[in-house]
Design a protein around this ligand. Structure first.
Ligand code: ASP
Length: 598
Protein backbone atom coordinates (compact mmCIF):
# COMPACT_ATOMS: atom_id res chain seq x y z
CA UNK A 1 0.00 0.00 0.00
CA UNK A 2 0.97 3.65 -0.33
CA UNK A 3 0.93 3.90 3.47
CA UNK A 4 2.38 1.92 6.37
CA UNK A 5 -0.08 3.01 9.09
CA UNK A 6 -3.38 4.77 9.37
CA UNK A 7 -3.44 8.30 10.76
CA UNK A 8 -5.77 7.45 13.60
CA UNK A 9 -3.84 4.49 14.99
CA UNK A 10 -0.63 6.24 16.08
CA UNK A 11 0.02 6.45 19.83
CA UNK A 12 2.84 7.14 22.32
CA UNK A 13 4.21 3.65 21.84
CA UNK A 14 4.88 4.40 18.16
CA UNK A 15 7.34 7.17 19.07
CA UNK A 16 10.63 6.72 17.28
CA UNK A 17 9.35 4.60 14.39
CA UNK A 18 9.26 5.61 10.75
CA UNK A 19 5.84 5.76 9.10
CA UNK A 20 4.32 6.59 5.76
CA UNK A 21 0.84 8.06 5.88
CA UNK A 22 -1.66 9.12 3.23
CA UNK A 23 -4.86 11.07 3.64
CA UNK A 24 -6.62 14.40 3.38
CA UNK A 25 -5.49 17.74 4.68
CA UNK A 26 -8.04 18.43 7.38
CA UNK A 27 -6.47 21.72 8.42
CA UNK A 28 -3.23 23.54 7.76
CA UNK A 29 -1.64 25.96 10.23
CA UNK A 30 1.24 28.01 8.92
CA UNK A 31 3.35 29.29 11.79
CA UNK A 32 5.92 30.85 9.49
CA UNK A 33 8.78 28.60 10.41
CA UNK A 34 6.76 25.47 11.06
CA UNK A 35 3.77 24.25 9.10
CA UNK A 36 1.35 21.93 10.89
CA UNK A 37 -1.11 19.78 9.03
CA UNK A 38 -3.87 17.71 10.54
CA UNK A 39 -3.84 14.68 8.30
CA UNK A 40 -7.09 12.70 8.14
CA UNK A 41 -7.94 9.22 6.94
CA UNK A 42 -10.75 6.79 7.77
CA UNK A 43 -9.35 5.96 11.19
CA UNK A 44 -8.76 9.49 12.45
CA UNK A 45 -6.50 12.52 12.49
CA UNK A 46 -2.82 12.99 13.27
CA UNK A 47 -0.68 16.12 13.37
CA UNK A 48 2.23 16.22 10.95
CA UNK A 49 4.96 18.85 11.16
CA UNK A 50 7.00 20.38 8.32
CA UNK A 51 10.20 21.92 9.61
CA UNK A 52 12.28 23.85 7.00
CA UNK A 53 15.38 23.03 8.99
CA UNK A 54 14.76 19.34 8.35
CA UNK A 55 13.68 19.66 4.73
CA UNK A 56 13.20 22.92 2.89
CA UNK A 57 11.66 21.18 -0.08
CA UNK A 58 8.91 19.49 1.93
CA UNK A 59 8.19 22.73 3.76
CA UNK A 60 7.75 24.40 0.37
CA UNK A 61 5.35 21.66 -0.81
CA UNK A 62 3.41 21.93 2.46
CA UNK A 63 2.91 25.64 1.93
CA UNK A 64 1.00 24.75 -1.24
CA UNK A 65 -1.29 22.23 0.48
CA UNK A 66 -4.89 23.23 1.02
CA UNK A 67 -7.89 21.61 2.71
CA UNK A 68 -8.89 18.26 1.20
CA UNK A 69 -5.69 17.85 -0.84
CA UNK A 70 -4.72 14.18 -0.84
CA UNK A 71 -1.15 13.95 0.36
CA UNK A 72 1.43 11.38 1.34
CA UNK A 73 3.99 11.98 4.07
CA UNK A 74 6.88 9.90 5.40
CA UNK A 75 8.61 10.70 8.64
CA UNK A 76 9.22 9.81 12.22
CA UNK A 77 6.69 9.60 15.03
CA UNK A 78 7.77 11.86 17.90
CA UNK A 79 6.32 12.72 21.29
CA UNK A 80 4.88 16.21 21.23
CA UNK A 81 6.86 18.77 23.22
CA UNK A 82 5.53 18.82 26.82
CA UNK A 83 2.56 21.18 27.18
CA UNK A 84 1.53 20.90 23.52
CA UNK A 85 -0.31 17.56 23.82
CA UNK A 86 -3.94 17.55 22.69
CA UNK A 87 -6.06 15.49 25.11
CA UNK A 88 -9.08 15.78 22.76
CA UNK A 89 -7.38 13.77 20.05
CA UNK A 90 -6.62 10.03 20.46
CA UNK A 91 -3.31 10.70 18.68
CA UNK A 92 -2.78 13.90 20.68
CA UNK A 93 0.39 12.75 22.46
CA UNK A 94 2.43 12.46 19.29
CA UNK A 95 3.14 14.11 15.95
CA UNK A 96 4.91 13.02 12.79
CA UNK A 97 8.05 14.92 11.79
CA UNK A 98 8.04 14.88 8.00
CA UNK A 99 11.10 13.89 5.97
CA UNK A 100 9.39 13.37 2.65
CA UNK A 101 6.09 14.41 1.13
CA UNK A 102 4.09 14.38 -2.07
CA UNK A 103 0.78 15.87 -3.14
CA UNK A 104 -1.13 12.93 -4.63
CA UNK A 105 -4.06 15.00 -5.83
CA UNK A 106 -5.14 18.59 -5.22
CA UNK A 107 -8.74 19.51 -4.36
CA UNK A 108 -11.02 22.35 -5.22
CA UNK A 109 -12.15 24.31 -2.19
CA UNK A 110 -14.93 22.10 -0.84
CA UNK A 111 -18.43 23.59 -0.60
CA UNK A 112 -18.42 23.03 3.18
CA UNK A 113 -15.95 22.24 5.92
CA UNK A 114 -15.40 18.55 6.47
CA UNK A 115 -15.88 18.52 10.22
CA UNK A 116 -18.66 17.59 12.59
CA UNK A 117 -19.07 21.01 14.13
CA UNK A 118 -20.20 23.01 11.10
CA UNK A 119 -23.97 22.89 10.45
CA UNK A 120 -24.46 22.35 6.72
CA UNK A 121 -27.69 22.53 4.77
CA UNK A 122 -28.86 18.98 4.13
CA UNK A 123 -29.41 19.48 0.39
CA UNK A 124 -25.83 20.67 0.02
CA UNK A 125 -24.66 17.63 1.97
CA UNK A 126 -26.67 15.31 -0.27
CA UNK A 127 -25.48 17.06 -3.45
CA UNK A 128 -21.86 16.37 -2.37
CA UNK A 129 -22.54 13.19 -0.45
CA UNK A 130 -19.04 11.83 -1.12
CA UNK A 131 -17.66 14.80 0.80
CA UNK A 132 -20.31 14.60 3.50
CA UNK A 133 -19.37 10.96 4.11
CA UNK A 134 -15.81 12.05 4.82
CA UNK A 135 -17.12 13.51 8.08
CA UNK A 136 -16.50 11.43 11.19
CA UNK A 137 -20.13 11.25 12.28
CA UNK A 138 -21.23 9.86 8.93
CA UNK A 139 -18.38 7.40 8.81
CA UNK A 140 -19.30 6.17 12.27
CA UNK A 141 -22.90 5.73 11.18
CA UNK A 142 -21.86 3.60 8.21
CA UNK A 143 -19.53 1.60 10.42
CA UNK A 144 -22.34 1.01 12.92
CA UNK A 145 -24.58 -0.14 10.11
CA UNK A 146 -21.89 -2.55 8.97
CA UNK A 147 -21.58 -3.93 12.50
CA UNK A 148 -25.33 -4.39 12.75
CA UNK A 149 -25.61 -6.28 9.45
CA UNK A 150 -22.53 -8.36 10.32
CA UNK A 151 -24.10 -9.21 13.67
CA UNK A 152 -27.40 -10.14 12.02
CA UNK A 153 -25.74 -12.45 9.51
CA UNK A 154 -23.78 -14.29 12.21
CA UNK A 155 -26.84 -14.53 14.46
CA UNK A 156 -29.10 -15.88 11.74
CA UNK A 157 -26.49 -18.30 10.45
CA UNK A 158 -25.93 -19.69 13.95
CA UNK A 159 -29.65 -20.47 14.15
CA UNK A 160 -29.86 -22.29 10.86
CA UNK A 161 -31.31 -19.54 8.68
CA UNK A 162 -30.34 -19.58 5.02
CA UNK A 163 -29.71 -16.30 3.22
CA UNK A 164 -31.56 -16.41 -0.10
CA UNK A 165 -31.62 -13.60 -2.65
CA UNK A 166 -34.96 -12.92 -4.27
CA UNK A 167 -35.64 -11.01 -7.50
CA UNK A 168 -35.93 -7.26 -7.83
CA UNK A 169 -37.78 -7.47 -11.14
CA UNK A 170 -41.02 -9.19 -10.22
CA UNK A 171 -44.76 -8.73 -10.12
CA UNK A 172 -46.75 -6.52 -7.80
CA UNK A 173 -46.32 -7.54 -4.12
CA UNK A 174 -48.88 -5.35 -2.38
CA UNK A 175 -47.88 -4.06 1.06
CA UNK A 176 -50.18 -1.07 1.02
CA UNK A 177 -48.09 1.32 -1.08
CA UNK A 178 -47.82 2.11 -4.79
CA UNK A 179 -45.52 -0.06 -6.91
CA UNK A 180 -42.49 1.11 -8.84
CA UNK A 181 -42.94 -0.20 -12.37
CA UNK A 182 -40.28 -1.17 -14.91
CA UNK A 183 -41.38 -1.33 -18.56
CA UNK A 184 -40.34 -4.45 -20.45
CA UNK A 185 -38.48 -3.93 -23.74
CA UNK A 186 -38.88 -7.56 -24.78
CA UNK A 187 -42.58 -7.71 -24.00
CA UNK A 188 -44.29 -4.60 -25.32
CA UNK A 189 -46.90 -3.15 -23.00
CA UNK A 190 -45.86 -5.31 -20.05
CA UNK A 191 -44.23 -4.23 -16.83
CA UNK A 192 -42.29 -5.66 -13.95
CA UNK A 193 -42.94 -4.27 -10.47
CA UNK A 194 -40.17 -3.77 -7.93
CA UNK A 195 -40.97 -5.69 -4.74
CA UNK A 196 -42.50 -3.70 -1.88
CA UNK A 197 -41.09 -6.57 0.16
CA UNK A 198 -40.11 -10.19 -0.60
CA UNK A 199 -43.36 -11.30 1.10
CA UNK A 200 -44.68 -13.73 -1.50
CA UNK A 201 -41.20 -14.95 -2.44
CA UNK A 202 -40.35 -15.87 1.13
CA UNK A 203 -43.65 -17.69 1.51
CA UNK A 204 -42.89 -19.63 -1.66
CA UNK A 205 -39.49 -20.51 -0.15
CA UNK A 206 -41.40 -22.09 2.72
CA UNK A 207 -43.49 -24.10 0.27
CA UNK A 208 -40.12 -25.01 -1.30
CA UNK A 209 -38.93 -26.49 1.99
CA UNK A 210 -36.28 -23.93 3.08
CA UNK A 211 -37.80 -23.91 6.60
CA UNK A 212 -35.72 -20.96 7.79
CA UNK A 213 -35.03 -18.11 5.40
CA UNK A 214 -33.59 -14.65 5.92
CA UNK A 215 -32.38 -11.84 3.73
CA UNK A 216 -31.19 -8.30 4.20
CA UNK A 217 -33.53 -7.19 1.48
CA UNK A 218 -34.13 -3.98 -0.40
CA UNK A 219 -37.79 -2.94 -0.64
CA UNK A 220 -39.33 -0.35 -2.95
CA UNK A 221 -42.45 1.65 -2.18
CA UNK A 222 -43.63 4.63 -4.17
CA UNK A 223 -45.12 6.52 -1.27
CA UNK A 224 -46.10 10.13 -0.97
CA UNK A 225 -43.30 12.14 0.51
CA UNK A 226 -44.40 12.22 4.08
CA UNK A 227 -42.73 11.30 7.33
CA UNK A 228 -39.23 9.90 7.29
CA UNK A 229 -39.51 7.40 4.44
CA UNK A 230 -37.28 6.47 1.53
CA UNK A 231 -38.44 5.12 -1.86
CA UNK A 232 -36.07 2.22 -1.31
CA UNK A 233 -35.21 0.93 2.12
CA UNK A 234 -33.77 -2.16 3.75
CA UNK A 235 -35.40 -4.86 5.83
CA UNK A 236 -34.14 -7.81 7.75
CA UNK A 237 -36.69 -10.16 6.27
CA UNK A 238 -37.25 -13.66 7.65
CA UNK A 239 -39.66 -16.54 7.45
CA UNK A 240 -39.95 -19.88 9.26
CA UNK A 241 -42.02 -23.00 8.82
CA UNK A 242 -43.84 -24.86 11.62
CA UNK A 243 -43.89 -21.94 14.03
CA UNK A 244 -46.30 -20.01 16.22
CA UNK A 245 -46.16 -16.36 17.27
CA UNK A 246 -44.06 -17.30 20.33
CA UNK A 247 -41.24 -18.73 18.24
CA UNK A 248 -40.92 -15.58 16.16
CA UNK A 249 -41.21 -13.16 19.08
CA UNK A 250 -38.67 -15.08 21.19
CA UNK A 251 -36.24 -15.09 18.28
CA UNK A 252 -36.63 -11.33 17.81
CA UNK A 253 -36.23 -10.64 21.51
CA UNK A 254 -33.01 -12.63 21.53
CA UNK A 255 -31.82 -10.94 18.34
CA UNK A 256 -32.27 -7.40 19.68
CA UNK A 257 -30.97 -8.17 23.14
CA UNK A 258 -27.74 -9.70 21.90
CA UNK A 259 -27.40 -7.16 19.09
CA UNK A 260 -27.48 -4.33 21.60
CA UNK A 261 -25.00 -6.09 23.89
CA UNK A 262 -22.65 -6.58 20.95
CA UNK A 263 -22.84 -3.29 19.06
CA UNK A 264 -23.96 -0.82 21.74
CA UNK A 265 -23.07 -2.24 25.15
CA UNK A 266 -23.27 1.24 26.68
CA UNK A 267 -27.04 1.41 26.06
CA UNK A 268 -29.60 -0.28 28.31
CA UNK A 269 -32.39 -2.61 27.15
CA UNK A 270 -35.52 -3.37 29.14
CA UNK A 271 -35.97 -7.13 29.56
CA UNK A 272 -38.16 -9.01 29.02
CA UNK A 273 -39.77 -7.05 26.18
CA UNK A 274 -43.22 -5.85 27.24
CA UNK A 275 -46.15 -7.21 25.25
CA UNK A 276 -49.39 -5.37 24.82
CA UNK A 277 -52.51 -5.76 22.81
CA UNK A 278 -53.44 -3.28 20.11
CA UNK A 279 -56.53 -2.25 22.11
CA UNK A 280 -54.48 -1.71 25.23
CA UNK A 281 -51.83 0.30 23.37
CA UNK A 282 -54.47 2.55 21.85
CA UNK A 283 -56.30 3.03 25.16
CA UNK A 284 -53.22 3.71 27.28
CA UNK A 285 -50.95 5.52 24.84
CA UNK A 286 -53.21 6.62 21.97
CA UNK A 287 -50.95 4.94 19.40
CA UNK A 288 -49.93 1.45 18.30
CA UNK A 289 -46.26 2.44 18.55
CA UNK A 290 -45.95 3.85 22.06
CA UNK A 291 -42.77 5.16 23.63
CA UNK A 292 -42.68 3.05 26.79
CA UNK A 293 -39.71 4.79 28.36
CA UNK A 294 -42.17 6.87 30.38
CA UNK A 295 -45.69 6.59 31.79
CA UNK A 296 -48.02 9.59 31.30
CA UNK A 297 -50.77 7.12 30.46
CA UNK A 298 -54.08 8.24 29.05
CA UNK A 299 -57.07 7.89 31.40
CA UNK A 300 -60.73 7.75 30.46
CA UNK A 301 -62.54 10.38 32.55
CA UNK A 302 -65.89 10.05 30.77
CA UNK A 303 -67.74 8.30 33.60
CA UNK A 304 -66.59 10.87 36.15
CA UNK A 305 -67.86 13.92 34.32
CA UNK A 306 -70.69 12.50 32.21
CA UNK A 307 -73.21 14.40 34.34
CA UNK A 308 -71.14 17.58 34.70
CA UNK A 309 -72.38 21.09 34.00
CA UNK A 310 -69.48 21.72 31.65
CA UNK A 311 -71.03 21.73 28.19
CA UNK A 312 -67.80 20.79 26.34
CA UNK A 313 -67.65 17.52 28.27
CA UNK A 314 -71.37 16.87 28.43
CA UNK A 315 -72.04 17.33 24.76
CA UNK A 316 -69.02 15.24 23.69
CA UNK A 317 -70.35 12.34 25.71
CA UNK A 318 -73.94 12.89 24.63
CA UNK A 319 -72.75 12.63 21.01
CA UNK A 320 -71.17 9.23 21.69
CA UNK A 321 -67.68 10.61 22.30
CA UNK A 322 -65.32 10.44 25.25
CA UNK A 323 -63.41 12.69 27.66
CA UNK A 324 -59.85 11.55 28.32
CA UNK A 325 -56.76 13.07 29.79
CA UNK A 326 -53.16 12.74 30.88
CA UNK A 327 -51.39 14.17 33.90
CA UNK A 328 -48.31 16.32 33.28
CA UNK A 329 -46.28 16.09 36.48
CA UNK A 330 -45.02 19.35 37.92
CA UNK A 331 -46.62 21.48 35.20
CA UNK A 332 -49.30 23.05 37.45
CA UNK A 333 -47.53 26.40 37.30
CA UNK A 334 -47.49 26.58 33.50
CA UNK A 335 -48.02 30.17 32.34
CA UNK A 336 -50.86 31.33 30.10
CA UNK A 337 -48.37 31.40 27.22
CA UNK A 338 -47.28 27.79 27.76
CA UNK A 339 -50.90 26.62 28.01
CA UNK A 340 -51.80 28.52 24.82
CA UNK A 341 -48.96 26.76 23.05
CA UNK A 342 -50.28 23.34 24.08
CA UNK A 343 -53.77 24.39 23.02
CA UNK A 344 -52.44 25.39 19.60
CA UNK A 345 -50.74 22.02 19.28
CA UNK A 346 -53.96 20.08 19.88
CA UNK A 347 -55.92 22.37 17.53
CA UNK A 348 -53.34 21.66 14.83
CA UNK A 349 -53.81 17.96 15.45
CA UNK A 350 -57.50 18.35 14.77
CA UNK A 351 -59.03 18.40 18.27
CA UNK A 352 -61.63 20.99 19.26
CA UNK A 353 -59.45 22.31 22.05
CA UNK A 354 -57.62 21.51 25.24
CA UNK A 355 -59.07 21.79 28.75
CA UNK A 356 -56.40 22.23 31.40
CA UNK A 357 -56.85 21.75 35.13
CA UNK A 358 -53.98 22.97 37.27
CA UNK A 359 -53.51 21.67 40.80
CA UNK A 360 -50.76 24.23 41.26
CA UNK A 361 -51.37 25.29 44.86
CA UNK A 362 -51.98 21.85 46.39
CA UNK A 363 -49.14 20.73 48.64
CA UNK A 364 -50.71 17.92 50.66
CA UNK A 365 -52.75 14.94 49.50
CA UNK A 366 -55.72 15.16 47.13
CA UNK A 367 -58.14 15.16 50.07
CA UNK A 368 -56.78 18.62 51.03
CA UNK A 369 -57.73 20.04 47.62
CA UNK A 370 -60.05 23.06 47.71
CA UNK A 371 -61.74 24.65 44.72
CA UNK A 372 -59.62 27.80 45.21
CA UNK A 373 -56.46 25.83 44.49
CA UNK A 374 -57.77 24.68 41.10
CA UNK A 375 -57.12 26.80 38.05
CA UNK A 376 -59.23 25.91 35.04
CA UNK A 377 -61.91 27.39 32.80
CA UNK A 378 -63.95 24.33 33.69
CA UNK A 379 -63.57 24.78 37.47
CA UNK A 380 -66.81 26.64 38.02
CA UNK A 381 -68.83 24.01 36.14
CA UNK A 382 -67.36 21.04 37.97
CA UNK A 383 -67.80 19.91 41.56
CA UNK A 384 -64.79 19.58 43.81
CA UNK A 385 -65.52 15.89 44.00
CA UNK A 386 -65.42 15.53 40.20
CA UNK A 387 -62.08 17.32 40.07
CA UNK A 388 -60.70 15.10 42.84
CA UNK A 389 -61.88 12.00 41.04
CA UNK A 390 -60.34 13.11 37.75
CA UNK A 391 -57.06 13.93 39.49
CA UNK A 392 -57.11 10.60 41.35
CA UNK A 393 -57.85 8.63 38.20
CA UNK A 394 -54.94 10.35 36.38
CA UNK A 395 -52.54 9.83 39.28
CA UNK A 396 -52.14 13.59 39.78
CA UNK A 397 -50.71 15.23 42.85
CA UNK A 398 -50.07 18.81 43.96
CA UNK A 399 -48.27 20.89 41.35
CA UNK A 400 -49.50 18.74 38.47
CA UNK A 401 -51.50 19.69 35.41
CA UNK A 402 -54.33 17.67 33.85
CA UNK A 403 -54.57 17.91 30.07
CA UNK A 404 -58.04 16.89 28.94
CA UNK A 405 -59.60 16.44 25.52
CA UNK A 406 -63.22 15.70 24.61
CA UNK A 407 -64.55 14.35 21.31
CA UNK A 408 -64.75 11.22 19.19
CA UNK A 409 -62.67 8.43 20.73
CA UNK A 410 -60.32 7.84 17.78
CA UNK A 411 -59.45 11.51 17.55
CA UNK A 412 -59.08 11.96 21.31
CA UNK A 413 -56.76 8.95 21.52
CA UNK A 414 -54.60 10.13 18.64
CA UNK A 415 -54.29 13.70 19.90
CA UNK A 416 -53.58 12.66 23.49
CA UNK A 417 -51.04 10.17 22.14
CA UNK A 418 -49.21 13.03 20.39
CA UNK A 419 -49.58 15.30 23.41
CA UNK A 420 -48.17 12.56 25.64
CA UNK A 421 -45.18 12.24 23.35
CA UNK A 422 -44.68 16.00 23.35
CA UNK A 423 -44.89 16.26 27.15
CA UNK A 424 -42.54 13.29 27.58
CA UNK A 425 -40.10 15.12 25.35
CA UNK A 426 -40.51 18.50 27.09
CA UNK A 427 -40.16 16.99 30.54
CA UNK A 428 -37.18 14.90 29.37
CA UNK A 429 -38.82 11.72 30.57
CA UNK A 430 -37.46 9.63 27.70
CA UNK A 431 -33.97 8.45 28.69
CA UNK A 432 -31.90 8.48 25.46
CA UNK A 433 -29.76 5.58 26.73
CA UNK A 434 -32.70 3.30 27.40
CA UNK A 435 -34.23 1.11 24.69
CA UNK A 436 -37.68 -0.24 25.41
CA UNK A 437 -38.62 -2.74 22.72
CA UNK A 438 -42.17 -4.06 22.90
CA UNK A 439 -44.47 -6.35 20.95
CA UNK A 440 -47.94 -5.18 19.98
CA UNK A 441 -50.37 -8.00 19.17
CA UNK A 442 -54.03 -8.83 18.65
CA UNK A 443 -54.65 -6.37 15.84
CA UNK A 444 -57.93 -6.64 13.99
CA UNK A 445 -57.42 -8.59 10.74
CA UNK A 446 -59.31 -6.03 8.68
CA UNK A 447 -59.97 -2.34 8.66
CA UNK A 448 -62.85 -0.63 6.91
CA UNK A 449 -61.61 1.65 4.14
CA UNK A 450 -64.11 4.53 4.11
CA UNK A 451 -62.98 5.92 0.77
CA UNK A 452 -63.01 2.65 -1.13
CA UNK A 453 -66.06 1.39 0.76
CA UNK A 454 -64.54 -2.04 1.40
CA UNK A 455 -62.43 -4.02 3.84
CA UNK A 456 -58.67 -3.67 3.71
CA UNK A 457 -55.96 -5.71 5.48
CA UNK A 458 -54.62 -4.21 8.67
CA UNK A 459 -51.27 -5.86 7.92
CA UNK A 460 -51.28 -7.58 4.53
CA UNK A 461 -53.50 -10.01 2.71
CA UNK A 462 -51.53 -13.13 3.63
CA UNK A 463 -51.95 -12.72 7.39
CA UNK A 464 -53.89 -15.55 9.05
CA UNK A 465 -56.94 -14.85 11.20
CA UNK A 466 -57.08 -16.37 14.67
CA UNK A 467 -58.37 -19.94 14.29
CA UNK A 468 -61.32 -19.38 16.60
CA UNK A 469 -62.30 -16.19 14.74
CA UNK A 470 -62.48 -17.83 11.29
CA UNK A 471 -66.28 -18.43 11.56
CA UNK A 472 -66.69 -14.65 12.10
CA UNK A 473 -65.24 -13.89 8.67
CA UNK A 474 -68.75 -14.30 7.24
CA UNK A 475 -70.84 -12.79 10.01
CA UNK A 476 -68.77 -9.97 11.54
CA UNK A 477 -65.41 -9.44 9.83
CA UNK A 478 -64.68 -6.42 12.06
CA UNK A 479 -64.40 -8.75 15.06
CA UNK A 480 -61.81 -11.07 13.48
CA UNK A 481 -58.37 -10.81 15.05
CA UNK A 482 -55.27 -11.26 12.91
CA UNK A 483 -52.20 -13.27 13.89
CA UNK A 484 -50.15 -10.16 13.33
CA UNK A 485 -47.48 -8.64 15.59
CA UNK A 486 -45.52 -5.42 15.49
CA UNK A 487 -42.21 -4.60 17.13
CA UNK A 488 -41.93 -1.08 18.47
CA UNK A 489 -39.06 0.72 20.13
CA UNK A 490 -39.02 4.12 21.84
CA UNK A 491 -42.00 5.44 19.87
CA UNK A 492 -41.11 3.94 16.47
CA UNK A 493 -42.54 0.95 14.68
CA UNK A 494 -39.45 -1.03 13.73
CA UNK A 495 -41.03 -4.15 12.31
CA UNK A 496 -44.00 -6.34 11.83
CA UNK A 497 -45.00 -9.77 10.70
CA UNK A 498 -47.56 -12.49 11.05
CA UNK A 499 -48.43 -16.12 10.98
CA UNK A 500 -49.66 -16.67 7.41
CA UNK A 501 -52.59 -18.31 5.77
CA UNK A 502 -51.37 -21.59 4.23
CA UNK A 503 -54.49 -23.18 2.80
CA UNK A 504 -55.99 -22.23 -0.50
CA UNK A 505 -59.58 -22.15 0.79
CA UNK A 506 -58.86 -19.64 3.54
CA UNK A 507 -56.66 -17.52 1.29
CA UNK A 508 -59.44 -17.34 -1.33
CA UNK A 509 -61.94 -16.43 1.35
CA UNK A 510 -59.80 -13.54 2.63
CA UNK A 511 -59.08 -12.30 -0.90
CA UNK A 512 -62.81 -12.41 -1.49
CA UNK A 513 -63.52 -10.33 1.60
CA UNK A 514 -60.99 -7.78 0.36
CA UNK A 515 -63.07 -7.39 -2.78
CA UNK A 516 -61.18 -9.56 -5.29
CA UNK A 517 -63.22 -11.53 -7.80
CA UNK A 518 -62.10 -15.10 -8.59
CA UNK A 519 -60.60 -13.90 -11.90
CA UNK A 520 -58.67 -11.08 -10.20
CA UNK A 521 -57.32 -13.46 -7.54
CA UNK A 522 -56.07 -15.82 -10.21
CA UNK A 523 -54.56 -13.06 -12.33
CA UNK A 524 -52.72 -11.39 -9.45
CA UNK A 525 -52.00 -14.17 -7.01
CA UNK A 526 -52.52 -17.36 -9.05
CA UNK A 527 -48.94 -18.45 -8.27
CA UNK A 528 -49.58 -18.27 -4.50
CA UNK A 529 -52.94 -20.03 -4.67
CA UNK A 530 -51.47 -22.75 -6.82
CA UNK A 531 -48.45 -23.21 -4.54
CA UNK A 532 -50.74 -23.62 -1.53
CA UNK A 533 -52.25 -26.65 -3.30
CA UNK A 534 -48.93 -28.51 -3.24
CA UNK A 535 -48.48 -29.10 0.48
CA UNK A 536 -47.68 -25.66 1.93
CA UNK A 537 -46.40 -26.01 5.52
CA UNK A 538 -47.77 -23.71 8.23
CA UNK A 539 -45.42 -20.73 8.35
CA UNK A 540 -44.89 -17.22 9.60
CA UNK A 541 -42.31 -14.48 9.67
CA UNK A 542 -41.43 -10.90 10.24
CA UNK A 543 -39.56 -8.01 8.66
CA UNK A 544 -37.56 -5.43 10.60
CA UNK A 545 -36.70 -1.98 9.28
CA UNK A 546 -32.92 -1.95 9.24
CA UNK A 547 -32.56 1.76 8.48
CA UNK A 548 -34.73 2.74 11.42
CA UNK A 549 -32.96 0.36 13.80
CA UNK A 550 -29.56 1.76 12.89
CA UNK A 551 -30.97 5.29 13.14
CA UNK A 552 -32.10 4.63 16.72
CA UNK A 553 -28.80 3.00 17.68
CA UNK A 554 -26.89 5.93 16.18
CA UNK A 555 -29.08 8.43 18.04
CA UNK A 556 -29.96 10.11 14.73
CA UNK A 557 -33.24 11.82 13.88
CA UNK A 558 -33.73 10.63 10.29
CA UNK A 559 -32.94 7.44 8.40
CA UNK A 560 -31.14 9.55 5.76
CA UNK A 561 -28.25 9.87 8.23
CA UNK A 562 -27.62 6.12 8.20
CA UNK A 563 -28.01 5.49 4.44
CA UNK A 564 -24.94 6.09 2.28
CA UNK A 565 -26.79 7.62 -0.66
CA UNK A 566 -30.33 8.49 0.41
CA UNK A 567 -32.90 10.41 -1.56
CA UNK A 568 -34.37 13.67 -0.36
CA UNK A 569 -37.81 13.89 1.19
CA UNK A 570 -38.95 14.63 -2.38
CA UNK A 571 -37.47 11.31 -3.63
CA UNK A 572 -34.56 12.90 -5.50
CA UNK A 573 -30.96 11.72 -5.53
CA UNK A 574 -29.09 15.03 -5.52
CA UNK A 575 -25.66 13.56 -6.25
CA UNK A 576 -26.79 11.78 -9.43
CA UNK A 577 -29.67 14.12 -10.15
CA UNK A 578 -32.09 11.21 -10.42
CA UNK A 579 -34.77 10.76 -11.60
CA UNK A 580 -33.81 12.34 -14.92
CA UNK A 581 -35.22 12.47 -18.46
CA UNK A 582 -34.37 9.73 -20.98
CA UNK A 583 -33.95 9.94 -24.73
CA UNK A 584 -36.67 9.42 -27.34
CA UNK A 585 -34.78 6.30 -28.50
CA UNK A 586 -34.88 4.78 -25.03
CA UNK A 587 -38.59 5.46 -24.78
CA UNK A 588 -39.22 4.00 -28.22
CA UNK A 589 -37.33 0.82 -27.32
CA UNK A 590 -39.57 0.47 -24.32
CA UNK A 591 -42.66 1.04 -26.46
CA UNK A 592 -43.52 4.15 -24.42
CA UNK A 593 -44.67 7.61 -25.35
CA UNK A 594 -44.81 10.42 -22.77
CA UNK A 595 -48.23 11.97 -22.26
CA UNK A 596 -48.67 15.71 -22.17
CA UNK A 597 -49.49 16.65 -18.56
CA UNK A 598 -53.03 18.00 -18.45
N1 ASP B 1 -43.65 -8.26 4.40
C1 ASP B 1 -44.05 -7.58 5.60
C2 ASP B 1 -43.64 -6.12 5.55
O1 ASP B 1 -42.81 -5.75 4.74
C3 ASP B 1 -43.50 -8.18 6.82
C4 ASP B 1 -43.93 -9.57 7.06
O2 ASP B 1 -45.14 -9.84 7.15
O3 ASP B 1 -43.04 -10.43 7.23
O4 ASP B 1 -44.11 -5.32 6.34
Amino acid sequence: MLKSHSCGELRKEHAGIKVTLAGWVDRRRDHGALIFIDLRDREGIVQVVFNPEITKECHQIASEMRNEYVVKVSGEVALRPPGTENPNLPTGDIEVIVHNTEILNPSKTPPFYINDETEVDENLRLRYRYLDLRRRRMKENLLLRHRVTKFIRDFMDARGFIDVETPILIKSTPEGARDYLVPSRLHPGKFYALPQSPQQLKQLLMVAGLEKYYQIARCFRDEDTRADRQPEFTQLDLEMSYVTEEDILNLIEELFTSMMETVKPELRVKKPFPRLSYTDAMARYGTDKPDLRFGLEIRDLSDIIAQSEFSVFRSAIAEGGVVKGICAPGCGSYTRGQLDELNKLVLNLGAGGLVTVSLGALTGSLSDLTIEMVKSVAAKFLTLDQIKQMAGCSGAKGGDLLLIIAGKEKLVDRVLGELRQEMGHRLELADPDLFVFAFVQDFPLLRWDEEAGRWDSEHHLFTAPWDEDVPLLDSSPEKVRGRHYDVVCNGYEIGGGSIRIHTVELQRKVFGLLGYSDEEMDARFGHMLEAFEYGAPPHGGIALGLDRIVMLLAGEETIREVIAFPKTQGAIDLTFDAPSPVTEEQLAELHLRLREEE
